[in-house]
Design a protein around this ligand. Structure first.
Ligand code: GLU
Length: 507
């Protein structure tokens, strides 16, 4: 039998910002699809209208675009299996739910919120503090299993509000092979009768995910491990509706762990690191959650660090291009245990990518950062040179501003305290001589300037070490920056001399 064409999907609910773990799910889907010349689909799972948040869908697409993980089929990209938004597929789900009822695998339930509440109160015991709608309680409820058929029909005819629930088998062991965890089994006795179709006619996630994975011919479904407990429900729905042979192969991805358990937005706020892909402002509260993009991560670094959060290729290699990941990724090598997120390590990845990529690649992102700080960059060639000079010192893109601002604007203040204690007239004389020599310099290159500077120091019986720090502070303002003569070369003759003069006048 010819292999089925690989079709995978990422199925977010548009309820808010896209968490690190979500982007990693996207990435693994994407890599798997590309590796198998398959198709990567993005399906919007918006059946829970009460959790819908305006703007969240556009935001998700924005994140994927930034990370370079664009789907092949989606609301935006089109495709033959649409609509790709579940709310627009609403009318197709009821027929499957009805089919389940007809087969005896599901039933109508007419219980009101008050009745459900009463059931929870009545059945509450110490051992069972939150009773569920399941084999132990369903017989005491108002549903098509307990009511006479005639009454059920008249309720339906009268349009009485109702849901459709799965009837979980009493004693069955449901097993399937997870691509990461191997064989996993569940006892159906422990699973409740989940709602499949809601009173408003919308399917729940459980019904929609199975129906759409079938209709969209999904071959592999990778999702977060929080969905593992729901898997037995999905396996049963596959069995009842389409046959388990047609079922996608599942992989439940491990959690990403923070300093204290599952990595959360709160961890990010507490320790000052982003957990979302891009900045997200919740339209309901106005609360802003920081993103990796705005923090100054390169997309290349972001996907690299995500890829190795819970996966390796069996070697010590840590830096991977997207092309290498497509070649080397394998879902079976994803660890089943949680992967610990380490922000310092994340910054190390970004640092490596800042060094690895030509600066021109990310100059368009860096330039506006200067402008945001009120520093005009008129000359991009100059910016490129500056970036090349300081990139070894940058972990995040805004570091370029911190490390490079003094090339475009004279420092606003100088760390004179670092010079003053050891300042004397012979040093003042030395710098006047340096100015004279620099003014006459025909060749303005770092080696030439360094040579002249050291020669004058020797003549004045000064050790270069005694005058290099003052020179740095004169040019940069503080005790930082690359090789000081590289700085002078790039600043140019006029500016270098002007800055030395200025600080001399302050001393
Ligand atoms: N809509 C689910 C979520 O928000 C998707 C889970 C799945 O991929 O099956 O995580």
């Amino acid at each position: 039998m010819p292999e089925k064409k690989v079709r995978v999907r990422f199925a977010p609910s548009p309820t808010g910002g896209l968490h690190l773990g979500g982007v990693r799910t996207v990435l693994y889907n994407y890599l798997f699809a590309k590796q198998h010349n398959g198709t990567f689909i993005l399906r919007i799972e918006d059946t829970d209208q009460s959790r819908f948040v305006p703007g969240a869908e556009d935001y998700i697409f924005g994140c994927l675009q930034w990370a370079g993980l664009e789907p092949d089929e989606s609301v935006v990209h089109g495709g033959d299996y649409g609509p790709y938004r579940q709310s627009e597929r609403k009318t197709q789900y009821r027929q499957y739910a009805e089919k389940l009822v007809a087969g005896g695998y599901a039933y109508y339930a007419f219980d009101t919120p008050e009745e459900l509440e009463r059931m929870r109160n009545d059945h509450k015991t110490e051992q069972n503090p939150s009773p569920q709608y399941d084999r132990s309680t369903r017989n005491a409820m108002r549903n098509s299993l307990t009511l006479p058929p005639g009454e059920v029909q008249s309720l339906l005819d009268a349009g009485a509000p109702h849901v459709i629930r799965i009837r979980m088998p009493e004693n069955e062991i449901i097993s399937f092979t997870d691509m990461i965890r191997g064989e996993v089994s569940f006892d159906t006795a422990l699973v409740d009768d989940k709602v499949l179709l809601k009173a408003d006619g919308m399917p729940t996630y459980h019904l929609a995910v199975v129906v759409d994975d079938h209709l969209m011919q999904i071959t592999h479904a990778f999702r977060g491990e929080e969905w593992l407990p729901s898997a037995p429900v999905h396996v049963l729905l596959w069995k009842y509706l389409f046959g388990t042979d047609a079922m996608p192969q599942w992989a439940h991805l491990p959690l990403i762990l923070g300093p204290s358990g599952k990595l959360s937005k709160r961890d990010g706020a507490k320790y000052g690191f982003p957990v979302f892909a891009m900045n997200w402002t919740d339209p309901r509260t106005g609360e802003l959650t920081e993103g990796f993009k705005e923090k100054g991560f390169l997309p290349e670094a972001f996907i690299n660090l995500l890829a190795v959060l819970g996966w390796n290729d069996g070697t010590q290699q840590e830096l991977f291009t997207k092309e290498e990941l497509i070649e080397k990724f394998s879902i079976e090598r994803v660890h089943s245990g949680g992967a610990k997120f380490d922000y310092e390590k994340a910054k190390w990845f970004n640092h490596e990518w800042i060094k690895k990529l030509p600066v021109t690649h990310y100059l368009p992102e860096v330039k506006p950062l200067f402008e945001q700080k009120g520093i005009t960059v008129a000359d991009e060639v100059m910016l490129e040179k500056v970036m090349n000079l300081v990139k070894d010192r940058c972990h995040l893109l805004p570091d370029f501003v911190q490390q490079g601002a003094f090339f475009f604007a004279a420092p606003a203040s100088f760390d004179l305290d670092a010079i003053k204690p050891k300042w004397n007239s012979s040093k003042a004389l030395f710098f006047s001589e340096v100015i004279r020599t620099f003014e006459l310099a025909a060749l303005w290159t770092a080696p030439e300037l360094e040579h002249n500077f050291k020669e004058i120091a020797a003549v004045n019986q000064l050790k270069p070490g005694e005058v290099l720090l003052p020179l740095r502070i004169m040019l940069v303002g503080g005790k930082f920056g690359p090789h000081v003569f590289d700085i002078a070369e790039l600043l140019g003759k006029e500016e270098t001399i002007a800055r030395i003069r200025h600080v001399l006048s302050l001393l």
